[in-house]
Design a protein around this ligand. Structure first.
Ligand SMILES: Nc1ncnc2c1ncn2[C@@H]1O[C@H](COP(=O)(O)OP(=O)(O)O)[C@@H](O)[C@H]1O
Ligand code: SF4
Ligand SMILES: [Mg+2]
Length: 328
């Protein structure tokens, strides 16, 4: 059966204008290409993982897709409608369908509001709910995320990190969304409770039929939760494939280097594994390399890699890659 596409991202770009003025030099501006021509589909009900080193554009991509940021160029087709350049009034209809769970639940929850107020505020779009129904819905949401009615009148500082993230999840579910960008939702939590929160997200997905874009730098966690995984480097998607295939057989030199750094619990295995060390720093997105974004660090780079941007292509069904090595 053909899988249903809920979101189509086409040629999406998000550039920031950076002020480079200083006292010594005259005013000057630079363009920072945080997301640069990214294309992919997300299927209804799946978890698409997104990995890549810090600064490669994962958060910006997530925020642009749900229109926290205004895109520079491209299409964001959600359930058949291109929402990339909709005006705020037209966008309102879609706001409740798409939400975000943030990395730092403490920073993202207003400390002066009770949990009840925080969750109710997220229902504001839903004017059809009467006061009683709202209260009932708050309690239902708290229960759904493993908290209870006693928690409703408390403030964020009264909770542990894990509980706060549960409040953040309840808030993101308040408007009954279909699609959620989970931006490193467990990175700020103790290792001991990371798995609980990930399992909660999995349960909720099953029960509510949610679709996730799951951003993380922990490759093992992404492997555990994702159906497919996309790898980003310097604002570009460089590889995207089914989770099993990507982890068993990474093809892009950058994915290979990332994967080779995952610790394997079996010590015998660990010795056999060849670590690929990526030399050097990620180049600046203000002044990216001319050809392939990875050319300055790639062990397999040829002259062509420094001159031509490799196209992002489907090389076998469901496997996408941007690298000259795989062009026919
Ligand atoms: N609001 C912003 N204004 C200017 N530059 C930004 C802004 N947000 C992110 N960036 C820059 O965009 C690039 C991508 O950042 P980000 O999306 O946060 O990456 P990641 O989430 O993968 O760590 C970085 O170089 C970052 O400094
Ligand atoms: S296109 Fe060239 S530089 Fe880029 S990843 Fe492939 S081999 Fe490396
Ligand atoms: Mg980020």
């Amino acid at each position: 059966m053909e899988k249903e596409v809920i979101l189509k991202v086409e040629g999406l770009k998000k550039y920031f204008t950076i002020d480079k003025s200083s006292k010594l030099f005259k005013p000057s501006k630079a363009i920072l290409k945080a997301v640069d021509d990214v294309t992919f589909d997300v299927y209804k009900g799946e978890t698409l993982g997104l990995v890549g080193e810090s600064g490669c554009g994962k958060t910006t991509l997530g925020r642009t897709i749900i229109r926290i940021y205004h895109p520079t160029e491209g299409k964001i087709i959600f359930e058949g409608q291109d929402i990339a350049f909709l005006k705020p009034k037209e966008l309102k209809k879609y706001r409740k369908d798409m939400h975000m769970i943030f990395q730092d639940p403490y920073a993202s929850l207003d400390p002066r509001m009770t949990v009840r107020e925080i969750i109710e505020e997220a229902m504001v779009n839903d004017t059809s709910l009467a006061k009683d129904d709202r209260e009932r819905r708050v309690l239902e949401l708290l229960e759904m995320v493993g908290l209870n009615s006693d928690h409703a009148s408390r403030f964020p500082h009264e909770f542990s990190g894990g509980q706060r993230q549960r409040v953040g999840i309840a808030r993101s579910l308040a408007a009954n969304p279909k699609f959620i960008v989970c931006d490193e939702p467990i990175s700020a939590l103790d290792v001991s409770i990371q798995a609980q929160v990930v399992n909660l997200l999995k349960d909720l997905q099953r029960k509510l039929g949610l679709t996730y874009l799951f951003i993380a730098h922990d490759l093992s966690m992404v492997q555990y939760i994702s159906d497919r995984v996309g790898v980003m480097y310097l604002g570009k998607m460089v590889e995207l494939a089914d989770t099993k295939e990507l982890y068993a057989n990474p093809l892009h030199p950058y994915t290979q280097a990332l994967m080779s750094a995952i610790p394997i619990p079996d010590p015998d295995h660990e010795r056999e594994k060849r670590r690929i060390v990526i030399e050097g720093e990620v180049p600046s997105p203000i002044d990216p390399p001319k050809g392939c974004a990875f050319c300055t660090r790639c062990p397999k780079a040829t002259k062509r890699c420094f001159e031509e941007v490799p196209p992002y292509k489907e090389i076998v069904k469901g496997r996408f890659i941007a690298c000259h090595l795989y062009e026919r």
